[in-house]
Design a protein around this ligand. Structure first.
Ligand code: ADP
Ligand code: MG
Length: 443
């Protein structure tokens, strides 16, 4: 049986934005629950922050869970005479840290969270953003489930968090859970191990909006998928909203259970893609302002132009590096500095662009679409095409087995096998020999 505090935590997780929950609440520990419940924070600063921002929430949640009023007081762990309850003690000097490390972020959450108003919209994401906003204003109505897919660093998690934030702001009492699929898996596994499936079910089935990030992570995990599908069906039947994100469209997620796939496909599927130049420029300008950096217009133009094919995360990386170089060396932000920043990033992107090109060539040769190569399909021709692509990526671009595997949603041993198969067949199978040669000449 969970303690009162465990239950309260599960409840708080539904109502407090996930970053704040992770930073401030998840590391609180219950020290005593007699007539008064004492909850400990890892430091004085932490205690004060929780007191100011979350204590009322915590009190009312504990009261709801307990079914009666339970006074809650905050303390600092490791300090028997910790300042209790009431007023802020202004002078509290930094106390020697106790042994348990403080988890989560220590500084107050920045104003620039993943919200809709910090999301720069352009052709690469406007449909996804509009759908996300529709869900955030009228959950459970039109687009259920909503599935957002696209490559790394293009804003899927941002949109998921923005929906969650907006829902919590609009519908104060809504139970909104935004969770990474990995955590869903871990929670389920630990519930199974501790024989707490009932409370696991209970927890998930009372949710009003469930947002699962990186859902491709549950593919291939039989029991988890079963459990997820079950939760999914129950929530849907009750008119609750579900949003998932994934790195590929549902039909291309390998080993995704057929029931889940058809569920996802029954909703709205939207894609986020790489921003175009104009959007890159606006994203850079927006992020520069947020970071209090001044970028001359010609630097903005230069970065937007040269970071072709960059993800939003790579744009952020460029700004971070720019900022680091100026603050470390005192150099002004000018074109020369921008060029230094851009070169290494472009190296990585050039590889990616060539990888796309190789894939495209192979696909065309086989009369396929490039994305078919990344699918789970097992037809003989498709498998040969895929193996050839892997072989060329390995030999022409010297990509690592792991990197190639990631591209295709396979592990490195599958890639190794593919590379060996082609190497062997080149020599003994004239058709494969011809194909490989023709492709290499085109590159
Ligand atoms: P994904 O989940 O698709 O890998 P994220 O949502 O984590 O990508 O985005 C990577 C980073 O880029 C995050 O810091 C996010 O806030 C930012 N970001 C992504 N898209 C946008 C956008 N359209 N406007 C502003 N910031 C964005
Ligand atoms: Mg993400």
């Amino acid at each position: 049986m969970d303690t009162l505090w465990d239950q309260a935590l599960a409840e708080l997780q539904l109502v407090v934005p996930s970053q704040e929950f992770a930073a401030w609440i998840s590391c609180l520990r219950m020290a005593a629950d007699g007539d008064t419940m004492t909850v400990e924070a890892p430091s004085q600063f932490h205690r004060n922050w929780v007191q100011r921002h979350f204590l009322e929430r915590i009190r009312s949640t504990v009261e709801t869970v307990a079914g009666r009023a339970v006074p809650v007081q905050l303390a600092v762990s490791g300090e028997p005479n910790a300042t209790r309850g009431g007023a802020e003690t202004a002078s509290a000097p930094p106390v020697a840290r106790r042994s348990t490390p403080q988890r989560g972020a220590a500084s107050p959450p920045a104003g620039e969270g993943p919200r809709f108003d910090t999301f720069v919209v352009g052709p690469s994401n406007e449909l996804a953003c509009a759908a996300a906003q529709a869900v955030a204003t009228g959950p459970g109505r039109q687009y259920n489930p909503l599935c957002i897919h696209g490559g790394v660093g293009l804003g899927k998690t941002h949109l998921i968090q923005a929906i969650a934030h907006e829902l919590r702001a609009r519908f104060r009492s809504a139970r909104v859970l935004a969770i990474g699929a990995e955590r869903f898996v871990n929670e389920m596994v630990s519930a199974v191990r501790r024989q707490q499936m009932e409370s696991f079910h209970h927890r998930y089935r009372r949710i009003d909006t469930l947002l699962v990030d990186d859902v491709q992570f549950i593919a291939g995990k039989e029991r988890t998928q079963e459990e997820f599908l079950h939760t999914f069906n129950l929530l849907c039947a009750a008119g609750k909203q579900i949003v998932v994100s994934s790195d590929k469209p549902p039909r291309e997620i390998r080993d995704l259970e057929i029931g889940l796939r058809s569920r996802f496909e029954g909703g709205l599927i939207v894609e986020v893609t790489q921003p175009d130049r104009e959007t890159r420029r606006r994203i850079l300008a927006h992020k520069a302002v947020a970071a209090e950096m001044t970028l001359p217009p010609e630097v903005l133009d230069y970065l937007a132009e040269h970071l072709r094919g960059a993800s939003v995360r790579e744009l952020e990386g460029a700004l971070t590096r720019l900022r680091a170089s100026t603050s470390l060396t005192g150099r002004a932000v000018d074109l020369a500095l921008a060029a230094e920043i851009v070169t290494p990033i472009c190296g990585g992107m050039r590889n990616r662009a060539s990888a796309d090109r190789i894939e495209q060539l192979v696909a065309t040769k086989f009369g396929l679409e490039a994305r078919a190569l990344r699918s789970a399909g097992r037809e003989t021709r498709l498998v040969l095409a895929r193996q050839l692509a892997m072989y060329l990526l390995r030999h022409r671009l010297s990509l690592s087995l792991a990197a190639i595997g990631e591209r295709y949603g396979r592990d490195h041993s599958t890639v190794l096998h593919a590379v060996r198969v082609i190497k062997k067949r080149r020599d003994c199978d004239p058709e494969v020999g011809r194909l490989a040669l023709a492709l290499e000449e085109q590159l």
